[in-house]
Design a protein around this ligand. Structure first.
Ligand SMILES: [Zn+2]
Length: 198
């Protein structure tokens, strides 16, 4: 009977991370074993620190060491616009460029018939609570122009139609997976400026 060692388990868990497979996970572990002091030990410490320090912001869903997160606590930001994005990665992507200075809300994914993601799996009730308890005047949907993105957009429009807020959407949608980089800044800026009312 084959007994799995902790090394096998580590490679297995790493291979399940986004963008990695068994071969890259094995390469990574071999590298870490070779660079025990300079890479493996510090990484272990950082993993522990992040695991114990990170909190989920109750207002927007962002990860931070403080709650509410530093974005939600920043009084210099607009308190009346709320940008709804699929995930925290999209908040971080938008924050990398100096385009948007309002509030955020991460849905925790998108509706998907294929993956069985229903409205109950997303933070839609939390979004309604946020609108009930804050002075939001405009909700900007920054969702991708995919089937799932547009299904989610239409569901949200229907769900929020009784709220006294202006609903708008980015002109060109949101690149899938928050894969924004510096070159996309112009595109995103245009998308924000040319947003359309729903
Ligand atoms: Zn927050």
């Amino acid at each position: 009977m084959k007994t799995e060692t902790s090394l096998d388990d580590l490679i297995y868990f790493l291979s399940k991370l986004p963008g990695l497979g068994p071969r890259s996970a094995q390469r990574m572990v071999l590298f870490l074993l070779k660079k025990k002091e300079t890479h493996f030990e510090p990484l272990k410490g950082l993993m522990d620190a992040v695991l114990s320090e990170m909190k989920v912001c109750p207002l927007c869903g962002n990860y931070d060491v403080i709650t509410p997160c530093h974005i939600c606590q920043d009084t210099k930001r607009s308190q009346t616009t709320l940008c709804v994005v699929p995930d925290v990665s999209d908040i971080w992507a938008l924050e990398r460029s100096p385009i948007y200075h309002g509030q955020y809300f991460a849905l925790g994914g998108l509706l998907s018939a294929l993956d069985g993601i229903t409205p109950e799996n997303l933070n839609i009730q939390k979004l309604k609570n946020r609108l009930d308890s804050s002075p939001i005047e405009e909700v900007i949907f920054a969702l991708p122009l995919t089937v799932d993105g547009q299904t989610t957009l239409h569901y949200l429009i229907e769900s929020l139609k009784t709220y006294p807020v202006k609903l708008t959407t980015l002109a060109h949608g949101m690149p899938v997976g928050g894969e924004l980089d510096f070159q996309d800044e112009g595109t995103i800026q245009t998308a924000f400026k040319a947003r359309t009312e729903l």
